[in-house]
Every structure is written in structure tokens, then in C-alpha cells.
Design a protein around this ligand. Structure first.
Ligand code: NAI
Ligand code: MG
Length: 357
């Protein structure tokens, strides 16, 4: 069976890290006998916008909907296109129209990378944040009245549905059940947000009945953020609504050092539509064109894609390969963000070479 992958590098360092993401992906595919068919697209980038006056072609949905997955670089070039235009015109369209209702981010402290948290070493931080990606606090229900007057009123409603909540909880429980610790933590705020969050807690408990092997705890979001910093070793899988998950999925990877290594997945678990895999970082205009961006976020995103496509062994091999290269600590190979003097390409080649050996 051949997996059809849409490859979209996007802007800035997205164009620099993507070749290294593909180098590792192809090395793993050839080692494990996985057939990949790659199709390259230049849309969903600000260069495309400059030429066409829009981020995506009109037929983008038809063009992409039958791919097995999308591997994305980064979007954004604020010097020429405002960020809300580039982001809403590309990535957010994919997330919505392809119903990628899971946003998944691993938070793992890697060898050779210094955590901003004192005295933490690899093994101390190893968990996932599962964020609801389609509803919740990010709704378009609401409005303004009496704008610009003393009576000005603004309202924006949180929308949580049983359908939307149960499906993210199910994904999180399944993920927890598949991991050795089998532990799920729910982000709540049922003391302050006294309608939706107690209901969220009820849905967590209800779904938990199906997963008796999974231990569940919950924290209010305020102390939960503190515990990410003070006790990151407590966590295995953390599930959260859209807003809480947005915060946690930046804080978690931040606790593990450089943004350049963090990957993410936007998943449609049923496979009705393609899922999208991308590094957490953006297009980094400050270092774009210098060839020094860390490619590991892109490479790890490719590994998550392989796991999603059913190739866990190949995915683990990619992760082991970059962990080994980081642990070796050859400064001439590593990129500057992790203390090296090497380039995007030198680090990418070293990781691919590990995979081949
Ligand atoms: P950014 O993630 O692009 O950069 C933040 C800082 O981290 C910069 O100093 C950058 O040099 C550094 N950095 C990022 N990735 C790195 C890597 N792989 N290796 C080494 N250093 C790295 O975030 P920023 O500057 O806020 O946004 C720049 C553009 O990217 C904007 O247009 C923004 O909208 C867009 N963006 C896109 C995202 C996406 O495509 N999912 C996510 C975040 C931002
Ligand atoms: Mg965010």
C-alpha cells in the first residue's frame, strides 16, 4: 500500500527544514519498506499570495482531500502579508475543513538539550498535550452592541458539544491506555467556570468508565500550569479544551528547551480527511535564509505522521536517530539553537545517516 503525502513547505525556514524532514522520512521509508508518494505544493505560502492575491487556490479542498496526510512547514511572512491573513487563509482552513479536531503535541526533554527548568534531565519530562481543536472557547457565537458608546457590550460564548467533547476525550483515553503509565490528566476550571467546566468533568468521568485501566486526575488550569513547571514528571497524557489546550501546548514544549525541536499533529482520527503534521515553530524571519534553523521539529513531525499511518516502528526509529545525534553532541553538526556551529543540512544529514546505518 502506497501512502500519498502532500508536502507543503510554506514560508521562511519552512522551506529550509522541509528538505531535511523529507530526507529523514525517505531514509526511514526505505529502511522499513514503506511506500510513499510525495506531491509538492507551493500554495499556503506568502510567495503564493504575492503572485495570486490569495493563500490557496479555489480548488484546494478537492486537491488535498484524498491525500493520506499533509506534511507542512510553516506559514507567515509578516513583512508582506499580515499574520491573520496568512494563518486564516491556510492552516486554519485545513484544520476546520478537514475536521482535524485533535491537536497533539509531545512534550519530551531530549538528550543534549537544556531545559529552562533547573536540574531536569531526559526522562523527567515525557508527556502529550491533547487539545480540542474545533470548538469550546474559540467560537463565533456572540457579538457587539452599542459599539463606541458608554453602553458598549461584547459577548463571546463558549460552545461545548457532547459530540465534540466526547471525541477528544476518547482520543486522549486511547492514547493514555496505549502508554506504559496509563495516566490521564484533565484540565478544568469547574470552580470558576461553573457551567461548561463541571459538565466537561462529568464527560471525563463518563468516558473513563470505558477505560478502567487508565488512572485519571484533574487540576484547575491555574495550578495545572504551575505544575507543568514544578512537577512536569507528574504527567503522561493531558487533555484540555481549545483555550486551555492552546496555553498548555505552548507551555509544555517550552519546558523542554528549544522551540526548534517541537512537533505537532492536527488529526482527524477517523481518516475521513487527511491529518496535518507540522513543527510547532513558525517561519522565523529573523533566521530565514541563513541555513541554521533546527530541522528536528520538522523531522519529528514526519515521525508522528508515520506513526499515524500505522508505522510505529519506523516512527520510533526516527526519534531514536535524532536522540542519538543530540546525545552525541558533536558541535560541528548541531544547529546554533542547541549550542552547535552546524547547519540545518548538517544536522539533517547526520540524522538521516543514523537511520540508514
Ligand atoms: P517563530 O516560531 O517563527 O520564531 C520564534 C523564535 O524562535 C525566533 O527567534 C526564531 O528564530 C526561533 N526559531 C523558530 N524555529 C526555529 C528553529 N527551527 N530553529 C532555531 N530557531 C528557531 O515565531 P514568530 O517569530 O512569532 O513568528 C514568525 C512567523 O511565523 C509569523 O508570521 C507567524 O504568524 C508565523 N507562525 C506560524 C506558525 C505555523 O506555521 N504553525 C506557528 C507560529 C508562528
Ligand atoms: Mg498557541
Amino acid at each position: 500500500m502506497t501512502h500519498r503525502i502532500a508536502v507543503i513547505p510554506g514560508d521562511g525556514i519552512g522551506k529550509e527544514v522541509m528538505p531535511e524532514g523529507l530526507r529523514a522520512l525517505e531514509a526511514a521509508a526505505s529502511r522499513f519498506g514503506i511506500a510513499l508518494e510525495l506531491a509538492h505544493f507551493d500554495f499556503a505560502s506568502c510567495d503564493y499570495y504575492a503572485e495570486h492575491g490569495k493563500m490557496l487556490p479555489d480548488d484546494w479542498f478537492e486537491t488535498l482531500k484524498d491525500f493520506d496526510a499533509i506534511l507542512y512547514g510553516a506559514v507567515g511572512w509578516p513583512a508582506t502579508v499580515p499574520d491573520h491573513v496568512s494563518l486564516w487563509g491556510s492552516l486554519l482552513q485545513f484544520r476546520r475543513r478537514f475536521d482535524q479536531y485533535i491537536n497533539l503535541r509531545p512534550c519530551r526533554l531530549l538528550p543534549g538539550i537544556k531545559s529552562p527548568l533547573a536540574d531536569r534531565k531526559p526522562g523527567d519530562i515525557d508527556f502529550y498535550v491533547v487539545r480540542e481543536n474545533t470548538e469550546g472557547e474559540y467560537s463565533s457565537v456572540g457579538g457587539k452592541m452599542f459599539e463606541g458608546t458608554e453602553r458598549e457590550v461584547v459577548i463571546q460564548e463558549t460552545v461545548m458539544t457532547r459530540h465534540g467533547t466526547d471525541r477528544v476525550l476518547k482520543f486522549a483515553y486511547e492514547l493514555a491506555a496505549s502508554r506504559p503509565r496509563k495516566k490521564l490528566t484533565s484540565a478544568t476550571k469547574s470552580n470558576g467556570i461553573a457551567i461548561t467546566m463541571p459538565w466537561w468533568d462529568e464527560r471525563v468521568a463518563e468516558m473513563g468508565k470505558r477505560y478502567p485501566d487508565v488512572t485519571v486526575d484533574q487540576f484547575h488550569i491555574d495550578i495545572l500550569t504551575a505544575n507543568f513547571v514544578m512537577h512536569p514528571d507528574w504527567f503522561d497524557v493531558v487533555v484540555a479544551s481549545n483555550l486551555f489546550g492552546d496555553i498548555l501546548s505552548d507551555l509544555g514544549p517550552a519546558c523542554t528547551g528549544t522551540i526548534g525541536v517541537a512537533p505537532s499533529a492536527n488529526i482527524n482520527p477517523e481518516g475521513t480527511f487527511p491529518s496535518l503534521f507540522e513543527p510547532v515553530h513558525g517561519s522565523a524571519p529573523d533566521i530565514a535564509g541563513k541555513g541554521i534553523a533546527n530541522p528536528i521539529g520538522q523531522i519529528w513531525s514526519g515521525a508522528m505522521m508515520l506513526e499515524h499511518l500505522g508505522h510505529k516502528e519506523a516512527s520510533d526509529a526516527i526519534v531514536s536517530a535524532f536522540e542519538a545525534v543530540l546525545a552525541e553532541g558533536d558541535r560541528s553538526v548541531l544547529t546554533p539553537d542547541v549550542g552547535g556551529s552546524g547547519t540545518t543540512e548538517s544536522l539533517g544529514r547526520a540524522i538521516a545517516a543514523r537511520l540508514e546505518s
